[in-house]
Design a protein around this ligand. Sequence first.
Ligand code: MN
Length: 261
Amino acid sequence: MPVGGGYTLAVVRILVSNDDGYHSEGIHVLADALETLGEVWVVAPDRENSAVSHALTLHRPLRLTRLSERRYAVDGTPTDCVTLGICQVMKDNPPDLVVSGINFGANMGDDVHYSGTVSAAFEAAIMGIPAIAVSQVLGEHFSFVPAGRVARHLAALVLKRGLPKGTLLNVNVPPRPPKGLRFTRLGKRRYTEGVVEDTDPRGRVCYWIGGGDPVWEPLPGSDFVAVAEGYTSVTPLQLDMTHEGLLASLLQDAASWDLPA
Ligand code: MN
């Protein structure tokens, strides 16, 4: 503390969440990696919540369990966790940064719309707090350790430089230690087998969504291409999904869309 100043240096506060649940390896690697930057608070789902997107629990009460100092589990979604983290656990002094992950598996291209990992970061963006989502692309002999290093490096830069309001960084780390970093756009995935029909043990027809391996279009500059070439992809995303070009052309042609009087 500076002599006679009567104040303490503000400690950086980072909220960490995920969608794989509190017990996943990725969130522990992430929390440990960020400890060198400031005070890390973890508020995470008490079980796996992958692909729940931006779901918010409104029709039952939520339980917040304190596991240890600055470590909490919630019986809810990633969005519930970030909301409780900012508005309850850290309400006296909100976080400077929210980091979500490290997800077990990629969150690239169209998949960001299903991702609980990315939605946790979007919830922070809604609340005006800079956010980063970090995902580990799976492959033989992968380790979360390089992704932890990448997360700490990017978190330090975002804490220093900030991000524009309503934006976040979506980070995907390749299975082998990354050759470097590339700024990218969301790629395009082709869904090969959308729905698989099956019969359950009682003879009733049932369906599985999401069968088949993902096939990616090799779009230049996309997250998928960067990761396929061994680089970490960093895609800036925005909360405001308004399509400016379409809005402009609709406004120009508004009369022809209106109901006849
Ligand atoms: Mn997940």
